[in-house]
Design a protein around this ligand. Structure first.
Ligand code: ADP
Length: 168
């Protein structure tokens, strides 16, 4: 069993890397981004400032500060604008690039939040299907160091969607 769905606060989760749904400035924000920076402490923000910023669909890595996880992989999800601006592919890129970075760092366990489905307004079911499909494809690669992926759902709607998609 390589993929698991849980309803939890991602900041409390003990894995090699938790993924942050960051914004391009990497200076923190609301939602899961704010929660991660609050729980991790200023060390993460310092590293993010050094990195400078991140484009939509790209990913960067820092330590996890005071959180139980070892690293934070920050990725910037697309802002939903009615699917005309390549949002599907950009969201796919978030999952792909985060996993690729995990492989580069030889990480085994990684936890994703539901990227773009909060303030960025991506339709939840559409986002869940993209997440499950993209991660599933990458886990089939024998070369991958990643052995376990957790989808951490904060709200019940996302939890139910992911559970249904993975069971179906
Ligand atoms: P975005 O700007 O990419 O939409 P948000 O942080 O607004 O990012 O929302 C992304 C998802 O993260 C939402 O589904 C939201 O419910 C969830 N979320 C918010 N706080 C946490 C948390 N502490 N742990 C896990 N998920 C969270």
């Amino acid at each position: 069993m390589k993929i698991e769905v849980l309803r939890e606060d991602i900041t409390t989760f003990d894995v090699d890397a938790i993924v942050n749904a960051a914004n391009k400035t990497l200076r923190g924000g609301g939602g899961v981004d704010g929660a991660i920076h609050r729980a991790g402490g200023k060390e993460i923000l310092e590293e993010c400032k050094e990195i400078g910023g991140c484009e939509t669909g790209e990913a960067v890595i820092t330590t996890a500060g005071k959180m139980p996880a070892r690293h934070v992989i920050h990725t910037v999800g697309p802002v939903w604008d009615g699917s005309e601006n390549n949002e599907d592919e950009l969201l796919q890129n978030c999952y792909k690039n985060a996993l690729q970075l995990a492989v580069e760092y030889n990480l085994k366990t990684i936890a994703f939040p539901n990227i773009s489905t909060g303030v960025y307004g991506f339709p939840k079911e559409r986002a869940a299907r993209i997440a499950v499909e993209t991660v599933g494809q990458m886990l089939n690669d024998d070369e991958s160091s990643v052995k376990q992926v957790f989808f951490i759902c904060f709200d019940k709607e996302n939890y139910d969607l992911y559970t249904n998609i993975l069971e179906g």
